[in-house]
Design a binder for this molecule. Sequence first.
Ligand SMILES: Nc1ncnc2c1ncn2[C@@H]1O[C@H](COP(=O)(O)OP(=O)(O)O)[C@@H](O)[C@H]1O
Length: 199
Amino acid sequence: MTNKEQNLVVEREKVIAWLENNVPPARVEHILGVEQMSKELAIIHNADVEKAKTAGLMHDLAKYFPADQLLAMAKQKGIEIDEICATRPHLLHADVSAIVAEDTFGVKDKEILSAIAQHTLGNARMLPLSSIVFVADKLEPNRGDTKELNTMREIARENLYRAVYQVCDIAIKKLIQKGRPIHPRTVATRNWAMQAGKC
Ligand SMILES: Nc1ncnc2c1ncn2[C@@H]1O[C@H](COP(=O)(O)OP(=O)(O)O)[C@@H](O)[C@H]1O
């Protein structure tokens, strides 16, 4: 094992130990599922496998931070807090997870930090690494074994952008069913991915 690989193993163990103290066991399972699926999609779509695994492992670091902490940390880092995020600070957990990845675990790589920050709402023109983690978050094995999810998993292997677009559709439908606001970034992500995937 090279020094770099050894460091990554040590770092991964540190992150998992941190997660075990900060998120419930079922969420740790979900996170490990996202790490695994991000790795698989990175191999298929020729993205950096180590970056995909790191972003997958760290995407939900701030998932259980209280609303006031999410707002305070986002504000302190100058992250834009729009009206929807101000009323639903939980949506900031993606941006704040990227802050924790950088400040607590020393992650400097912009691609990894963006993939973490964009995993909930997506972003128009997001990089392949961000698209991989966005899709893996919604489709990792612990999300279930329905026909719809399995079809989506196939699509994610064949056409990453089509998967992004369809994942947005499912999220938007769910939000409508629950009578919740839809963040405009997810609509922009959907429209962009439709073009990018020639859907
Ligand atoms: N595009 C969006 N617009 C508004 N709310 C959203 C959007 N995407 C997710 N949410 C809400 O944010 C919360 C967290 O989303 P997410 O992190 O994707 O959920 P999960 O806990 O399944 O990983 C959910 O309550 C969901 O309803």
